[in-house]
Design a protein around this ligand. Structure first.
Ligand SMILES: [Zn+2]
Length: 91
């Protein structure tokens, strides 16, 4: 019984983590807080994210203007950058 409760607790926390990531994922190249596009920089993902949800195809972005951090799908490209994206390098 205690084991079942523990398993449920772990699954519920993991679902919570995935939900948090999903809630912090934007879908365009713009800061969700201040809506600027010119101040975004890509950072390496936080350690907890690498360990718990490293399989998700997300990049971690910080807005240098308002310090907001959020996630973006790898398919969303920086429209201001001339460097090729990961997918283009892999091809
Ligand atoms: Zn911002």
């Amino acid at each position: 019984m205690i084991a079942a409760a523990l398993v449920f607790l772990i699954l519920a926390s993991y679902a919570g983590i995935l939900f948090t990531i999903q809630r912090r994922t934007a879908h365009d190249w713009a800061c969700p807080k201040c809506h600027r596009t010119a101040h975004l920089e890509r950072l390496s993902r936080p350690e907890w994210m690498k360990k718990l949800a490293g399989f998700l195809p997300l990049k971690y972005i910080r807005c240098r203007f308002c310090q907001q951090t959020f996630f973006l799908p790898l398919t969303v490209k920086n429209p201001l950058s001339n460097t090729p994206s990961e997918e283009e390098i892999l091809d």
